[in-house]
Design a protein around this ligand. Structure first.
Ligand code: FAD
Ligand code: NDP
Length: 538
């Protein structure tokens, strides 16, 4: 027999006052649902416990607290990149740790964008001379000063997050959380003290950490990862970046721009998953500015020589030739693994896939009251705004009346390489796969940013591509922009695409002159026509 539902006096009054309306619009069942939830929740220490205080976890916990719920978020940075890959006696090559806020704030978007900006400023100094500024002598970067500035900003954000949690009455524990069972969580504080907490609902938001190639001798001991680069105490010097996706390309890009000789080791292709033509142009640009790409190469051994430099032995997998070179710094950027192997999931029925991502739909795991958001979610996208939005929407669904789910499609993103690449929607390759080549139209243009003219900068890779359906209103399926401030340019178009942007709307939009973004609304040459897509004149 089902347990009788106990309804408190306040709720009963509320129900009777609004019963006429709620029955009509279906809110009655929602109210009952919430009432059931809150009586259940009172048996636990917290309505919600969030494990992981990064982009997603903080957003979710703050939003949940707005509904007057008792919320706790715990965050802990383990210097070990991923327990399962690293020998316990040798936890991390660098042992870097950081404060509240997760990857984005401490070792991701924020310090990365600041370093990218520092590198762009270096280019701007060159441009400034061409514009007539008298800038004499060499200009080089004082790495320590850059790191100090970046880290000061990061620390201010760590502090800001603590203040916000306090303001919003979210309890915060600097502790490592793991499941004892599906409602009990063990929190281990930095001083080793333990506490067991019970929760009606749990959100896992533990994020990801860099992967190391365990099969390569010396890789763990002698290389660093993106977790270390933003607080590196001495200048990196001659650097090898291994990997060829977002993290690798962005880091190689800013290191080169800051004046450090930087090479990139690419196992197969650059920017897997992105539009192939655009990825090719990004790589061409980076090579053009002086970053050697060691194509189809993989490391096979790293060791330190007597000068403290790192000797890297690597193989070209196509020719099978073995090469050696010496670097001051080797940075591994070969991907990141979700932190799910050491959080006690074996004590629950939460399922993960073979790579460790939490399986589930609409952020709900295979256990109804345990949820997952952000990077660790199988069906998600590893980007900060995605984690934040998913976390907020989840809290609104859990504790408010919302039924809104996260839309993981049409998520815009930008790769902050020296020439930035912003994109939203389908790649040309994906559009062809989905609709067939005859059913899409690709509009494109090579353009020269006005700012490049006086500065005499080459603009061979400044390129825009828009993929539309060929039938009906020619809906825009994908937009790709390679050029300055790509993130700023693409953001607004992403909103337009959410509204169902069509070719006609795009072409009837008035441009803002003189900008790079106006070249998007001016697109009119199709790839199919074979006409020269180079923009000439205004
Ligand atoms: P995280 O932000 O990683 O937070 C997880 C938190 O949980 C961490 O603090 C972790 O230490 C903590 N934790 C782990 N285990 C436990 C435990 N057992 N107990 C308590 N706490 C625990 N995205 C963008 O949108 N734009 C960018 O420009 C961008 N640049 C990036 C650059 C780099 C170098 C990297 C690595 C990533 C970048 N990203 C960028 C991706 C972005 O940082 C992530 O998508 C985002 O941080 C994911 O948020 P999250 O909440 O899932 O996890
Ligand atoms: P990815 O998983 O996207 O890429 C891993 C790269 O490393 C690939 O180029 C891969 O090559 C290569 N690789 C993998 N294993 C090896 C190996 N054993 N030896 C040599 N190379 C190897 O990881 P990232 O860390 O770059 O990015 C993770 C996520 O973080 C991204 O998906 C993104 O969502 C987010 N991010 C977002 C940023 C932004 O918004 N600007 C910036 C940085 C990160 P192959 O193609 O051959 O497999």
């Amino acid at each position: 027999m089902a347990a009788p539902m106990i309804i408190c006096r306040a709720c009963l009054t509320k129900f009777s006052n609004i019963s006429r309306n709620v029955h009509r619009n279906g809110h009655f069942s929602q109210l009952l649902q919430r009432h059931r939830y809150s009586t259940a929740a009172s048996n636990y220490d917290y309505d919600l416990v969030v494990i992981g205080g990064g982009s997603g976890g903080l957003a979710c916990s703050k939003e949940a607290a707005q509904f007057d719920k008792k919320v706790l978020v715990m965050d802990y940075v383990d210097p070990s990149p991923q327990g399962m890959y690293i020998l316990l006696l040798h936890p991390s090559p660098q042992g870097t740790k950081w404060g509240l806020g997760g990857t984005c704030v401490n070792v991701g978007c924020i310090p990365k964008k600041l370093m990218h900006q520092a590198s762009l400023l270096g280019e701007a100094v060159h441009d400034a001379k061409k514009y007539g500024w008298n800038i004499d002598g060499n200009h080089d970067i004082t790495w320590e000063k850059l790191i100090e500035g970046v880290q000061n900003h990061v620390k201010s954000l760590n502090w800001g997050h603590r203040v916000q949690l306090k303001d919003k009455r979210v309890e915060y524990l600097n502790a490592k959380g793991s499941f004892l069972d599906e409602h009990r969580i063990k929190a281990v504080m930095a001083n080793g003290k333990e506490k067991v907490i019970t929760a009606a609902n749990v959100v896992i938001a533990t994020g990801m950490r860099p992967r190391y190639p365990v099969e390569v001798p010396g890789a763990q001991e002698f290389s660093i990862s993106s977790d270390d680069i933003f607080s590196l105490q001495k200048p990196p010097g001659k650097t090898l970046v291994i990997g060829a996706s977002y993290v690798a390309l962005e880091c190689a890009g800013f290191l080169h721009g800051l004046g450090f000789p930087t090479s990139l080791m690419v196992r197969s292709i650059a920017l897997r998953g992105f539009d192939r033509q655009m990825a090719g142009l990004v790589a061409d640009h980076m090579q053009g500015v002086g970053i050697p790409f060691l194509w189809t190469c993989v490391p096979i051994n790293l060791e330190k020589d007597n000068n403290g430099q790192i000797v890297v032995t690597y193989q070209n997998t196509q020719t099978e030739e073995i090469h050696q070179d010496v670097f001051d710094t080797v940075m591994m950027a070969i991907g990141r693994d979700p932190i799910t192997s050491n959080i006690g999931l074996e004590n629950t029925s939460v399922q993960v896939n073979e790579k460790g991502y939490v399986i589930g739909e609409n952020e709900q795991s295979t256990v109804p009251h345990i949820y997952a958001i952000g990077d660790i979610l199988e069906s998600g996208k590893e980007l900060t705004p995605v984690a934040i939005r998913a976390g907020k929407l989840l809290a609104q669904r859990l504790f408010g009346d919302s039924k809104l789910h996260m839309d993981y499609t049409t998520v815009p993103t930008t790769v902050f390489t020296p020439l930035e690449y912003g994109t939203v929607g389908l790649s040309e390759d994906a559009a062809i796969r989905r609709f067939g080549e005859d059913n899409i139209e690709v509009y494109h243009a090579f353009y020269k940013p006005l700012e490049y003219s006086v500065a005499e900068r080459p603009a061979e890779q400044c390129y825009i591509k828009m993929i539309c359906r060929r039938d009906g209103t020619q809906q825009v399926l994908g937009l790709h922009f390679l050029g300055p401030h790509a993130g700023e340019v693409i953001q607004g178009f992403a909103a337009a695409m959410k509204c169902g942007l069509t070719l006609d709307t795009m072409q009837s939009t008035i441009g803002i002159h003189p900008t790079c973004a106006e070249e998007i609304v001016k697109l009119h040459i199709t790839k199919r026509s074979g006409l020269d897509p180079t923009v000439t004149g205004c």
